[in-house]
Design a protein around this ligand. Structure first.
Ligand SMILES: [Mg+2]
Length: 387
């Protein structure tokens, strides 16, 4: 089987809160078989037009016309040909991830086996955790109402997002904690907004609430600060949605810059890379949970990774983004499909989830001129915190 074409398909879904963009990739073989991939830049694919352009100009010419008998030689071809010009991090890796995932989908379809079966499936269902919104968006009653459908489906891990008004947020969190089932784990995402002294003050309060991890409290590039925080924080520190592959990960693990590792196939270089990162995390004694915050194709990709690594405890499940998964085909992934807090790993050949091109075309990509720093007006302050 030879790859005939590699093309980005860009989508902007009009969530009421703020529109979110996505970068899907369509790979077609010479026999007409189609594989789907998706890139994520940690929340949808905000700069989908740029990521799509990298797919088009840099990676499509390297993959189109190539024989596909295994994915990794083509993934390495993409990496090695572009590494010295586009780099090994950020946009280049987001774009490469999408193509790699699409090649796995194509190979699986061609061989009649699911991606998890090709890699070595160790489980058929994967635990998910509810990835909830910013605490500042409502009071504890509102948050618990929003979380209720997930808890009713047996989900026992909940993550909330703390902001610059962290003293108020901590009070809301205390009430949320009291309203959650006793056996539910509570986690907090810091969205990279704190300095080390504030992060430590917040972490002390989180420890009192029994919080299981504090995610990205300080900006991900401030590695020395992260190291200090990991040493001094009374709650485990989580990073990973901005780690680009094995090299970044082994450095972070060796220097003890995280306790909880969060790879994402659509961010970190693809399915094989995220899987390798997860296994490294296990070797260093880190807790491993997969990140996800984009469309249905990348959710499926991460489910397949989770299905093949014993050590992966759960996949992030952004129930607030589920409406945007309506552009997907194949296995249903909505909250109604969660049973006992777990999601079935799609069993159809390939990823078992694709893109409905007509549905995607109904939500064409558009840049909202009022968007600043990836969010609507006012929100730049949201991401400054105490800095
Ligand atoms: Mg996060």
């Amino acid at each position: 089987m030879r790859v005939r074409s590699v093309e980005p398909v860009l989508v902007t879904y009009p969530f009421a809160r703020e529109p979110l963009s996505y970068c899907y990739v369509r790979v077609e073989a010479d026999d007409g078989l189609v594989g789907w991939g998706e890139a994520c830049d940690s929340f949808g694919c905000t700069y989908a037009g740029i990521v799509g352009k990298v797919v088009e100009d840099a990676f499509a010419p390297l993959v189109a016309g190539q024989e596909l008998t295994a994915v990794e030689p083509l993934a390495e071809r993409m990496r090695l040909f572009t590494r010295r010009r586009l780099g090994d991090q950020w946009v280049a890796v987001h774009a490469r991830s999408a193509v790699e995932i699409a090649l796995w989908d194509l190979l699986g379809k061609a061989s009649g086996r699911s991606v998890a079966d090709l890699l070595g499936r160790v489980r058929d269902r994967v635990a998910v955790y509810a990835s909830h919104t910013f605490l500042e968006e409502g009071d504890a009653t509102w948050h618990l109402e929003q979380l209720a459908p997930m808890l009713e489906r047996g989900v026992r891990m909940v993550k909330v997002r703390i902001g610059p008004a962290w003293r108020r947020d901590l009070a809301v969190m205390a009430t949320i904690r009291a309203g959650l089932p006793d056996d539910a784990e509570l986690m907090v995402d810091g969205s990279e907004i704190f300095t080390v002294p504030t992060a430590l003050e917040v972490a002390a309060a989180l420890a009192d609430l029994g919080v299981r991890w504090f995610e990205e409290p300080v900006p991900q590039g401030e590695r020395a600060a992260i190291e200090e925080l990991v040493r001094r924080s009374p709650v485990p520190i989580a990073y990973g949605e901005h780690l680009f592959g094995v090299q970044d990960t082994v450095e972070a693990l060796a220097r003890r810059q995280l306790d909880v590792l969060q790879p994402d196939a659509a961010v970190s270089g693809g399915i094989a890379e995220a899987r390798a990162m997860a296994r490294l995390g296990a070797a260093y004694g880190a807790r491993v949970v997969l990140h996800h915050a984009a469309g249905p194709v990348s959710l499926a990709a991460n489910l397949h990774v989770a299905a093949t690594v014993h050590h992966v405890g759960a996949v992030e499940y952004s129930h607030v983004l589920a409406a945007g998964w309506s552009v997907g085909t194949g296995a249903a992934l909505g909250p109604e499909t969660i049973v006992d807090g777990t999601l079935a790993v799609p069993s159809a050949p390939g990823l078992g989830v694709g893109l409905d091109e007509a549905a995607a075309a109904a939500h064409p990509y558009g840049i909202d001129p009022t968007r600043v720093a990836g969010s609507r007006g006012g929100l730049p302050d949201r991401f400054v915190g105490d800095r």
